[in-house]
Write a protein that binds this ligand. Structure first.
Ligand code: FES
Length: 318
């Protein structure tokens, strides 16, 4: 389901980062969301991109997103920076949350790298309002590239948020190992940011013995393996028995679509989980960033927008 919203405010949040406030044209309430949720944003040029909601979940009449202009990206961030203006009407999807706070956790450790602060900020807003203990570390290249500095200076956050700038002194550098080691066994960890940052955080947490259920993360860009060594395989549709050949360089989604079988997608990069499909037989070759290592090893589900097959045939629950 999509909604039409008005860009009521567009502003420079930090160097290279624009903020957008979206409201219904009649200023009525928008669908509720929980901290960590994202929306699909339909952009000029036919792009559909996912952006985390960075406002307070208690604010029901507006959504806020912030976008880093990425000249090396796939074009979505340039389109929203350059072609979306204050006053424009745009289409968005309703909020979905694949990165929720754990309601059972007693403490929360929030780690943000760069523009990965957007879902983390919404979590901080929610936890501060609920009076739930949390600690937040926000790592960026420099203070000029740091979004939401003023908002995080609010007394609700000041004591709980620490900034770490790459270009500042060693006394404020982020000591990941020490921060993780100091957390209690009841603490849950949430991390969002550039892939290298997230991988470093998760590797250190696992090395320190953090259980998987205490680790929460959201990759917002994918590293989908290139097609150079891919081989063809066959996908069979359990409900109809139809068989579809997936040649090298073609995704399962695209091959199925050619045969009239539509699977709902969103990111098409193995990040969001929208296309997740049950595998009844065969061995997937996972290329996504969504499933955990355990889920990949179990082989029960795979992401047909980017993953392939190790076995000659995959039978899908479609
Ligand atoms: S469409 Fe997002 S994981 Fe496949």
């Amino acid at each position: 389901m999509t909604l039409t919203v008005e860009v009521v405010r567009k502003w420079d949040e930090a160097h290279g980062i624009c903020g957008f406030e979206l409201r219904r044209p009649d200023r009525g309430p928008l669908p509720a969301f929980s901290a960590g949720a994202h929306i699909d944003v339909h952009l000029p040029g036919g792009f559909v991109r996912q952006y985390s909601l960075c406002g307070s979940p208690s604010c029901q009449d507006r959504y806020e997103i912030a976008v880093l202009r990425d000249v090396q990206g796939r074009g979505g961030s340039m389109a929203i920076h350059d072609d979306v203006r204050q006053g424009d009407l745009i289409r968005i999807g309703t909020p979905r949350n694949l990165f929720p706070l754990d309601a059972e956790a007693q403490r929360h450790l929030l780690l943000a790298g760069g523009i990965g602060v957007t879902p983390i900020l919404s979590m901080a807003e929610h936890l501060a309002a609920a009076g739930t203990p949390f600690e937040m570390h926000y790592c960026t290249r420099s203070s000029e590239r740091t979004a939401f500095v003023e908002r995080l200076a609010d007394p609700a956050f000041r004591e709980r948020v620490q900034f770490h700038f790459d270009d500042a002194g060693a006394d404020q550098a982020f000591d990941l190992a020490a921060v993780l080691a100091a957390a209690t066994a009841q603490t849950h960890l949430y991390v969002c940011g550039p892939r290298g940052f997230m991988e470093a955080v998760l590797a250190e947490a696992r090395a320190q013995g953090w259980a998987e259920h205490r680790l929460h993360y959201e990759f917002f860009s994918a590293l989908v393996q290139e097609a150079g060594t891919d081989t063809a395989f066959e996908v069979r549709i359990a409900s109809s028995g139809a068989s579809v050949e997936v040649p090298p360089g073609c995704t399962v989604i695209a091959a199925l679509a050619r045969h009239g079988v539509e699977v709902l997608t969103s990111c098409e990069q193995g990040v969001c989980g929208t296309c997740m499909t049950r595998v009844l037989e065969g061995q997937p070759d996972h290329r996504d960033s969504y499933l955990t290592d355990e889920e990949k090893a179990a082989g029960e589900y795979f992401m047909p927008c980017c993953s392939r097959a190790r076995s000659p045939v995959l039978i899908l629950d479609l």
